[in-house]
Design a protein around this ligand. Structure first.
Ligand code: RP5
Length: 154
């Protein structure tokens, strides 16, 4: 069995940020599917996706900007872990997105990464999935070793 992640964004305009996330998933050989769905503009399609997501996916990464309700709404319909990616797409520099995503009421958690933290969304997703797919532990160890070498070399 292969890990599979759903990457959902609120608008096509979010796709350039999300490519930094999917690039990591490709390097780690994790399959994924990208969806454009909006909590506000396509609420019925968002609900349909969310209630069925666990039939296909292990985890969901959901990115959105402005009043970024998408990750929380998705999380309300599924028991899959949801990682929220606040996207800087407004005049408020992404602080609106961050607070909309991170300030979930108790009972429905969303694990939130930094504003535009697309790479960390992918890495956190892989770390969570490494509990189920042990090959990811080796990949993550190698990634960290390479990262450390990159920091130390002059
Ligand atoms: C949010 O509004 C989207 O996630 C996007 O970040 C932002 C702007 O969307 P567009 O007006 O570019 O479609 O819902």
């Amino acid at each position: 069995m292969q890990p599979k992640i759903a990457v959902v964004v609120g608008s096509k305009s979010d796709l350039p940020i999300v490519q930094r996330c999917t690039k990591i998933l490709e390097i780690f050989d994790v399959s994924y599917e990208v969806f454009v769905l909006s909590a506000h503009r396509t609420p019925y399609e968002t609900q349909e996706f969310s209630v069925n997501a666990d039939k296909t996916f292990d985890l969901i990464i959901a990115g959105a900007g402005k009043a970024a309700h998408l990750p929380g709404v998705i999380a309300s319909y599924t028991l899959l872990p949801v990682i929220g990616l606040p996207i800087k797409s407004s005049t408020l520099d992404g602080l609106d997105s961050l607070l909309s995503i991170v300030q979930m009421p108790k009972g429905v958690p969303v694990a939130t990464v930094a504003i535009d933290g697309a790479e960390n969304a992918a890495l956190l997703g892989c770390q969570i999935l490494s509990l189920k797919y042990p090959y990811l532990k080796d990949v993550l160890h190698n990634f960290r070793e390479e990262m450390a070498k990159g920091v130390l070399e002059n």
